[in-house]
Ligand binder design. Sequence first.
Ligand code: PXL
Length: 273
Amino acid sequence: MKRIVSIQDISCIGKCSETVALPIISSMGIETAILPTSLLSTHTAFKNFTFKNLVDECKKIIKHWKQEKFEFDLIYIGYTGTEEILDLVLYFIEQFKTDKNLLVFDPAMADHGKMYSGISKNIIEKMKEICKKADYLRPNLTESTLLLGQEYKENHTISEIEETAINLSKIGPKNIVITGVEKEEKIGALGYNGKEFYSNFETKYNVSYHGTGDVFTSTLSGCLVQGKSMKEAIKIATKFTTECVRLTYEDKNGTKYGVNFEEALPYLLKLML
Ligand code: PXL
């Protein structure tokens, strides 16, 4: 069985980060280890959320894992939040990244042109250090412009996104997958492997839910570790994420703080066949 380690926060309520990565990746038949770098009462879109930095505990966990000689087929790094946590992640990479395993990095820090609450732009330079080591960099459009030091704009053409992907690859990651890309009333993702572009677009619902990036990156990581190509992985991740959004959108009593990925899991397993 393949093993992924997911390194991000636990937001106790809010359906993002570890509470999404763990069930999705496990359901794909992959062992899922977690390194929770912080503990929040909810994700940061709620008011008055609590935040506990777990860096000291994570250092002890890393030491133990090294003693046990654990290895990971894929290292998935999501929301970090602080420079100290980014330093911890860089240390983890030094300890566990090899030529054989994959590093997927979601530079989670912003969306729709705005930084997430509580995050400072100071973390961008450290994020670029991780980008250099990534096999897959998976930003949304806002994060792409922050990493490139550009101004965010709402509307874009596909050739502008392709140029953005080329520019991001110059920071150092081998492959780029940009999410939230819109084309002719549809929404999806665009990938670049240094030579070719791959994209897939699905129905766009006029809503925005938290955690869709985490659903997408968990699925992408699961596909990649199971040996699927970037093209196949993008297709499955966009289809599954869209199904989660559709189910949430159509549920009149649904929550507003995350997507209904739970009831879409059987669909994901069909996509994986
Ligand atoms: O889904 C990204 C994410 C992860 N973790 C925390 C967040 C967010 C987005 O707001 O607040 C704590």
